[in-house]
Design a protein around this ligand. Structure first.
Ligand code: G1P
Length: 293
């Protein structure tokens, strides 16, 4: 069972400026919940009880979000939202929250390397907070693959050709098979953001990984690529040369909230299904859509 999740959250969120000038992108709200809370909910739903948040000292609001604050909890109680207060009280009690700092923008590989001391010698998840998943099943599935095989696993999705250059793309070996109850493929190589013609397949890494701790030595050995950044993808490629890694083909709902359109979709999705405001929002949305037609 994997109980630690590393969440890299040191980025500057330039695609969401000027909102991110003062508010970290991970705390932008999806209705009344910060996006980061949805990532944490997904992690906790898959059995995580230790969050390692890799952040920057220029984003103190992230730590503040996890700090206990009796006056916030009391206000929530007064509003009849005791379950939210209970959820916030879990941080620092039954859910441990550690912070690691990445003070220079040296890439995702560097960010994960910064979490080494907090993670220790055990398998762990990496969750990229720019991607929201509809539930915890993908993460739980990746953990099952690692438990069954003792080899790292990444989540994959088949992408249209035009989008391959935005992702890490794997080179699969052999056929799809069932591992831990999921459709999975072994892969021996992975390239970060290849041109369409150089892409080894149409299987893109999406932002969920279940990794074994030997990846930290591969991360430490990285040298900067052409962008000057240390890529997690390059460490995975090094690890996969020793033994193929697993790619789990995901069918879970996914929204990329790192850009304004995706963020809007996530907000509307959450609003439509919102337990308190969903009905009124749906009425408003359909009346507005009719008025526009
Ligand atoms: C990162 C990874 C890439 C992966 C992608 C998933 O890229 O480097 O391999 O496919 O996340 O979203 P980024 O989107 O941070 O540029």
């Amino acid at each position: 069972m994997i109980t630690t999740a590393v969440i890299p959250a040191a980025g500057m969120g330039t695609r969401m400026l000027p909102a991110t000038k003062a508010v970290p992108k991970e705390l932008l709200p999806i209705v009344e919940k910060p996006a980061l809370q949805l990532i944490v909910d997904e992690a906790v739903g898959a059995g995580v009880d230790h969050l390692v948040i890799v952040t920057s000292r220029s984003k103190p609001a992230i730590e503040q979000y996890f700090a206990s604050d009796a006056s916030v909890e009391q206000s929530l109680e007064r509003q009849g939202r005791g379950s939210v207060a209970d959820q916030l009280r879990r941080y620092g009690s039954d859910i441990r929250v550690s912070f690691a700092y990445q003070d220079r923008p040296l890439g995702l590989g560097h960010a994960i390397g910064c979490a080494r001391a907090a993670v220790g010698e055990q398998p762990f998840f990496v969750m990229l907070p720019d991607e929201l998943m509809s539930d915890s099943s993908l993460l739980a599935g990746l953990a099952r693959v690692v438990a069954d095989t003792n080899i790292g696993a990444v989540a994959l999705k088949r992408m249209p050709r035009a989008e391959l250059s935005r992702y890490g793309i794997v080179s699969p070996v052999g056929d799809e098979r069932t591992v831990g109850g999921l459709a999975a493929l072994p892969f021996v190589g992975v390239v970060e953001k290849p041109s369409v013609d150089d892409a080894p397949s149409d299987l893109a890494i999406i932002g969920r990984y279940a990794l074994t701790p030997d990846i930290f030595d591969d991360l430490d050995a990285l040298t900067p690529g052409s962008t000057g950044e240390l890529q997690l993808t390059d460490a995975l490629a090094a690890q996969a040369t020793r033994e193929p890694l697993w790619g789990v083909i995901s069918d879970v709902g996914r929204i990329d909230i790192g850009n304004p359109l995706g963020w809007l979709q996530a907000v509307v999705d959450a609003a439509v299904d919102h337990p308190e405001h969903g009905v009124a929002f749906r009425h408003w949305l359909s009346a507005r859509t009719d008025a526009r037609d």
